[in-house]
Design a protein around this ligand. Structure first.
Ligand SMILES: *Cc1c(COP(=O)(O)O)cnc(C)c1O
Length: 427
């Protein structure tokens, strides 16, 4: 083992330090494995109940009428999320598309939507029209309000009560902190907020942006009254195998509206060829609980390792986890760059390239990104990115296997060490 780590560029000092940190994490990892076991059983039961068969993996083309694989998979998702129905399609191109679809399908001109978890994910700003954009909800006469979370990261119940009005048709809750530094919301907290909204008006649709949260806990927001949970298949539920796609699981009415919007009024769920991706959707979902566990272990390992070295980490090393994103603040650009170089050099794909900061469209500073992924942009695979601006924090997530996540973090530390950006006492 030591020899192999050495051949991958890990010094004995970094290896020893990593093992020392890991020795303190056994109990945390055991709990993660228990959650993975629970969710694995949940997925198997969902597949058995839906009578998944080898025929489900057949490709369809053209209209895709009577696609058994597609219909059964949507039943499997409904079983996993305990919802009436689900829409799971390769034609949903990404998480943003799934969210835009869920919103635009369920809102009508004159309606109002409220985000009750503060600022939504960046890409939703143009969907909603917070930043003016062609085809936004604002252009269709849907108005928008936002209720900030309280200083402690909890919901502002009084603020929500006064924001809700006659026109409020839909409330959006984002489970993960995304790339903000607020705490991630637990499903229990989300459930409380949904119950509160429904107590004011039971007709209000409660939609949860579930990205990065799936299978982190034993329950999902749909177990706590969400009318729709929405996410991307190149994050947790695709298990690293889905090459594309998104899902919406929820009430029959909400899912039907989404299907009518995705394909066409009148056609809805009945069309949509699956072109041979079904096996990867099934197999990815089957692997998703353990893949999510691997990513969680990586996040906790990194948090504890960098916290012990004196860096600010969000969430903290011993904090409860509700999503798979980990932030580490380096305070200087060199730290962010070295970290990303380390992650890149641990990848199975493109390990020999050096990531560099560049002016990405849509960002107000240079951004550096590390990813050596089998699926383009897949962030359930080990990946990291950081805007080159104060507080010089890197955000990283994913790892299809725990040993890979571990290697990536060790490589990041190795890189920081080699550049003289980290000091620790001799072991
Ligand atoms: C990733 C993400 C999205 C958008 O998903 P894309 O697939 O990148 O379009 C939306 N919300 C949250 C919280 C996310 O993490």
């Amino acid at each position: 083992m030591e020899k192999l780590y050495k051949s991958l560029g890990i010094s004995s000092q970094v290896a020893a330090y990593s093992e020392k940190i890991l020795a303190g994490l056994e109990d945390r990892f055991k709990k993660i494995d228990e959650t993975a076991e629970y969710n694995q059983l949940k997925v198997i039961k969902a597949m058995q109940d839906a009578r998944v068969s080898a025929e489900c993996f057949q490709a369809t083309t053209g209209y895709g009428y009577n696609d058994l694989g597609r219909e059964t998979l949507e039943q499997v998702y409904a079983n996993v999320f305990h919802t009436e129905d689900a829409l799971v399609r390769p034609q949903i191109t990404c998480g943003t598309h799934a969210l835009a679809l869920a919103l635009s399908a369920n809102l009508r001109p004159g309606d109002e939507m409220i985000s009750i978890s503060g600022k939504p994910y960046d890409t939703l700003e143009e969907v909603i029209g917070i930043r003016p954009s062609c085809g936004s909800l604002a252009e269709y006469g849907v108005t928008y309000k936002q209720v900030e979370l309280l200083a402690d990261g909890g919901f502002d119940f009084e603020g929500i009560r006064s924001a809700i009005g006659e026109k409020t048709r839909l409330v959006e809750i984002q489970r993960s902190k995304g790339y903000l530094t607020r705490p991630t919301l637990s499903v229990e907290q989300i459930g409380e907020a949904i119950a509160f909204v429904k107590s004011i008006n039971p007709e209000i649709i409660c939609m949860v942006d579930n990205c990065y949260g799936e299978f982190v806990q034993r329950t999902e927001p749909s177990d706590f009254g969400a009318d729709m949970v929405v996410g991307s298949l190149i994050k947790n539920p695709g298990g690293g195998l889905a090459p594309v796609g998104g899902y919406i699981a929820g009430t029959k009415t909400c899912v039907e509206r989404a299907a009518y919007r995705l394909t066409s009024p009148g056609l809805g769920k009945e069309v949509g060829a699956t072109l041979g991706v079904m096996q990867s959707f099934y197999q990815g979902l089957f692997l998703a609980p353990t893949v999510t566990a691997a990513a969680l272990k990586g996040a906790i390992f990194a948090a504890n390792l960098y916290e012990a070295l004196g860096f600010k980490v969000i969430p903290g090393g011993s904090e409860e986890r509700y999503d798979i994103i980990q932030a580490v603040e380096f305070g200087i650009p060199e730290g962010v760059i070295a970290f990303c170089e380390g992650i890149q050099s641990a990848a199975p794909v493109d390990s020999y390239v050096t990531p560099e900061p560049w002016a990405m469209p849509g960002y107000d500073s240079d951004v550096i990104m590390a990813a050596g992924a089998f699926v383009q942009g897949s962030s359930i695979e080990l990946s990291a990115d950081g805007p080159i601006k104060p507080p010089y924090a890197v955000y990283f997530q994913g790892g299809l296997t725990w040993p890979h996540a571990k290697l990536g973090i060790m490589k990041s530390l190795q890189r920081l060490y080699e550049k003289g950006l980290v000091k620790w006492e001799e072991q």
